[in-house]
Write a protein that binds this ligand. Structure first.
Ligand code: MN
Length: 319
């Protein structure tokens, strides 16, 4: 019995689920939550969808997004399903402390060292966690509705950079095609995610781009987002979530970093790379993680201190 079978058995057997994804959720976290939630609901299960930070407004177009709660209701759950993460701490303290009467299981596609759950279905051959969810639903024989197809298509679009990154394989495009055949609409996803920004985002981007710095012969590029910039432009910090990829798009750059001052006082570092450079290894040094071309971590200290630490790690790789 493989990990898929073990998950399928638990999903069939248990009846009162809480589905939870990591804090600061992205399209993969939310799309996976909603797709699995709808599938289990259709099977007659009682399902609570939870994310500490709720659903980002850009993902509000996904069917069922209004059902995601940011507080854990006082219910008796006989199973918790973590999606797009494999350790309860990634879902926030409230979830870590919540009493779950049954197994905690994880569905994810991030390569990890250890999952602190009872059963983990981690498939790093999948481009998104939503793709792992789809494989599970197929194994269960669940019908893929239009809404489920839309959610899973969204996870693929987000995690492949709209079918541009190196994880965009033939299999991914075939799956995407199949999902479109089932009713997923690529333009609706693209429009909501990439064509619906508030103007404040661009005022923030202009300020952030003014800090763009290149180093190591143009191989390393980084930029900042400070609390002052968000305050002065009226933009929320989440509007800078995709800025990390911008310095990487410079031809000479192989590693890019975005340093963001968070309200918590920590510096959130988002790393991106090209070619065979593994930035997840850098992020791990600072307690973070991710994929080889997109990873992140949080560093205690000032912006300057965080930059110094990351630059030292970057130097070890590209010099
Ligand atoms: Mn993902």
């Amino acid at each position: 019995m493989d990990a898929y079978d073990r998950i399928v058995n638990i999903l069939r057997e248990k009846t009162r689920f809480i589905i939870v994804s990591h804090i600061s959720p992205d399209g993969d976290a939310i799309g996976s939550t909603l797709a699995l939630g709808e599938a289990l609901t259709k099977l007659g299960k009682k399902v609570t969808l939870y994310n500490r930070d709720g659903v980002p407004s850009t993902l509000g177009f996904l069917s069922g997004s209004e059902k995601v709660v940011a507080d854990i209701p006082p219910e008796n759950f006989d199973c918790a399903v973590l999606v797009d993460c494999a350790t309860p701490d990634r879902a926030g303290q409230a979830f870590e402390r919540a009493a779950i009467a049954g197994p905690k299981v994880a569905i994810d596609h991030h390569r990890i060292d250890s999952a602190s759950v009872d059963v983990a279905c981690i498939d790093d051959t999948a481009a998104s966690t939503g793709d792992v969810v789809l494989r599970i639903l197929k194994r269960m024989g669940t019908a893929i509705s239009r809404d489920i197809a839309m959610c899973i298509y969204c996870t693929l679009a987000v995690d492949t950079g709209f079918f541009r990154y190196s994880n965009t394989t033939e299999a991914v495009l075939k799956t995407a095609s199949e999902l479109v055949g089932l009713g997923a609409d690529p333009w609706t996803v693209a429009k909501n995610l990439e064509e619906s920004y508030p103007a404040e985002r661009f005022h923030l981007l202009a300020r952030s781009l003014a800090t763009l710095t290149l180093a190591y012969g143009g191989k390393y590029a980084f930029m900042d987002v400070t609390q002052r910039m968000t305050a002065e432009t009226g933009a929320s910090i989440e509007l800078s979530d995709e800025f990390a990829g911008i310095p990487r798009s410079i031809g000479s750059v192989v590693i890019s970093a975005l340093f963001r001052e968070m309200q918590t006082g920590k510096i959130k570092v988002s790393l991106r790379s090209k070619e065979d450079i593994d930035v997840a290894a850098i992020a791990k040094k600072f307690g973070g993680g991710g994929h080889s071309h997109a990873a992140g971590c949080s560093i205690n200290g000032t912006l300057a201190e965080a930059k110094e630490k990351i630059e030292a790690a970057v130097a070890g790789i590209i010099r």
